[in-house]
Design a protein around this ligand. Sequence first.
Ligand code: AMP
Length: 471
Amino acid sequence: MTAATDDPPRPRALSGKERYIKGAVLGEGTFGVVTKAEDTLTRRHVAIKKIRLGKYKEGVNFTAIREIKLLMELRHPHVIELVDVFPHKRNLNLVFEMCESDLEAVVKDKFLPLGTPEVKSYVKMTLEAVAYCHASWVLHRDLKPNNLLIAPNGALKLADFGLARVFGSPNRRFTHQVFARWYRAPELLLGSKAYGPGVDMWAIGCVFAELMLRKPYFPGSSDIDQLGRIYAGLGTPTEENWPGHKNMPDYVEFSHGVAPPLRQLFTTAPPEALDLLQKLLAFDPNKRLSAADALKHAYFSSRPFATPFPDLPRPTQKFGDDGGGGGDDAGRGTSGLMPPPDSVHGGDAKRARTAPRAGDAAHFAAADRDESPATEPHRDRDRDRNRGEFDGGRRIGGGDRDTDERADGGAPMSTSGGGHGTDAMGQLGLDSCDRPALSTVDRAYLRKRKHDLDVAFLAASQEGSEEQGGG
Ligand code: AMP
């Protein structure tokens, strides 16, 4: 025998698909299935997001390119790691570090204690990730609980950079159709295209509130309803606290409303928590706390301290536990708590919580129908379902995503296990009919807005191609 044949077989250089042994489906997002896999090079478990590229004539999927481009440059303990990218057939495969669940599962798991040390820990990790992104001139633009993943070691990982953008060039204008509606800052709702890191900070404020309340703070069923809920919770903005807001492109006049004390809703939260929340939810983006400054807030240096992430309790529901067929959509179904805010997509809850992409115009157009003066034929039929319709400029009855939570006629999501909230949301007009109403219901405005939204979807899809083309 020759020496060569005595040598142990050399390991094949694994590349692309051959490197991974695929396992169960973990979930499904807007662009394709996410599957668990083992990386044969490192023996690590990974999550492979398969993105359908479609036919060549449909062009490049800019969301995927954007996610890859930005994530390849970002490295942080609380930002999801993009391990590898490889093409296979007509798909692009994005290999991520594997996570077990997300913050939405944490919020909804009623057996999971969520007191100040735990909330502090999640908010701190989120702020650290976002402070890093902002220092790297990246806006995430889709912050929400189900984009904050939980790794097997308990660490929070900011994920889904499909809507993320580089910012910092003066005079650059972006689309305002970003973020899931419930986490959308007021300047976006009023049509601003010249926004900055404040939009991510507002969303963090909403997530912070949601962790304390164990339910979404502002679960609007349309853009106007979203503003109404924000104004019910925080009062209507004034020239003093938000100079110039009346000149914003989509400004609508609401009847004046004064903010109820936050303490009324967040009954057991420490005072530092409410101070931080208020500063994250400042109307004027220029006055909103930055992520770096938020991390210096007394909330984090006061007792009780944040729980170290390895000690955080883990949600019982893990990705793929439902067989993976529907991702967090199915998870939502299982817990039975959160039907999508806009059900046009027929149960695609993940999509419903994400800013609509090109071609999703019907989604908003239909949702916005609920804002218009109550003349549509479907009005009476849908009244019970769609809380917050207008009747001559005044809100009436209704229900949206919370309907299931309150189907028993009573309390919203349990605050057991350490939640800081009460069911005062209804009393404060955040849940129901007492929100400030549009003082001028302008049909022409609403009609125009629907058209604007169609245009916005087109713009959102072209934003990527322009960016690629224009550098
Ligand atoms: P996405 O396309 O990013 O919205 O992800 C869709 C679904 O896939 C999520 O809701 C999760 O169920 C699952 N998923 C995404 N990324 C990961 C990951 N890194 N680890 C485990 N599961 C993931």
